[in-house]
Design a protein around this ligand. Structure first.
Ligand code: ZN
Length: 260
């Protein structure tokens, strides 16, 4: 499932390629990801200009003349900008066409993606309880949120999108690995210093991941992400990586580096 770095990557695909462009047509190939009635969606979009894009957690909001198109990528969604009709990507579900004959495709391979036309970004964020973005949250806010989540396991607290948005299964594993915290540690068991360390490591990891994606490089080898498999070893101490089930998710961790 795309997490913050991938979604930021998608936003960067949309932003420089579509801002100030006029929408000349919207083709709906498959409407299962579309939460707004087809006819209305098309009518509201055609003829309008793309004003800005923003991201909060795993959501992108594209501003078009006072309204917003919300994108959520579910399990395996993505977007692709292209210049020739023949380059239309496989699994395109909705294609936004611009007056300069360029295209933005919203792609979904498996279900669960979501596209919706909304009136107001802030109201949507409040009503749907999308917590502050992991890259924007301040240290004070982060500490308050962790205090509020003190009865939760560390992994669950980090993945709760209403607390902090943008971190999912993969990046919560990375964060806990880098601060040497066992995934099933209760937040209340962590010292203030550890919480502060989690905060700064969270920002670092996300920035490194965004940078890696932009430059098309793999994630650093000392990250646990390239080793998230029971057949692989910890990049720090070479201990065999273990897997643990926690609230229907699988956490990967190093039993030696991440002390219980
Ligand atoms: Zn280790």
């Amino acid at each position: 499932m795309p997490e913050l770095p991938s979604v930021e990557d998608f936003r960067k695909e949309i932003d420089p390629n579509t801002i100030n462009k006029k929408i000349s047509d919207v083709r709906i190939i498959d409407d299962y990801i579309l939460k707004t009635p087809k006819k209305r969606f098309k009518e509201e979009m055609v003829g309008k200009i793309i004003k800005s894009t923003s991201r909060r957690g795993k959501y992108i909001f594209i501003e078009i003349d006072g309204k917003y198109v919300l994108l959520h990528f579910g399990m395996s969604g993505e977007v692709k900008f292209y210049k020739r009709k023949s380059e239309q990507p496989e699994y395109s579900k909705i294609i936004i066409e611009f007056s300069d004959n360029t295209f933005l495709s919203i792609i979904s391979i498996r279900k669960f993606g979501k596209v919706e036309l909304i009136d107001d970004y802030k109201t949507y964020v409040n009503e749907n309880e999308i917590g502050p973005d992991a890259l924007d949250v301040s240290l004070e806010e982060f500490k308050e949120i962790m205090d509020y989540k003190k009865r939760s396991y560390a992994k669950n607290a980090l993945m709760d999108q209403s607390a902090i948005s943008g971190i999912g299964n993969i990046f919560s594993d990375e964060l806990l690995f880098q601060v040497n915290v066992f995934p099933k540690t209760k937040i209340s068991q962590l010292e203030t210093e550890k919480i502060e360390q989690m905060y700064s490591v969270m920002k670092d990891i996300l920035k490194v991941a965004i940078e890696s994606r932009l430059s098309d490089k793999p994630y650093p080898n000392d990250f646990i992400i390239p080793h998230r498999s029971r057949d692989d070893n910890c990049p720090v101490c070479s201990t065999n990586i273990k897997r643990l089930k926690i609230s229907s998710r699988h956490a990967f961790y190093c039993p030696k580096c991440q002390i219980k």
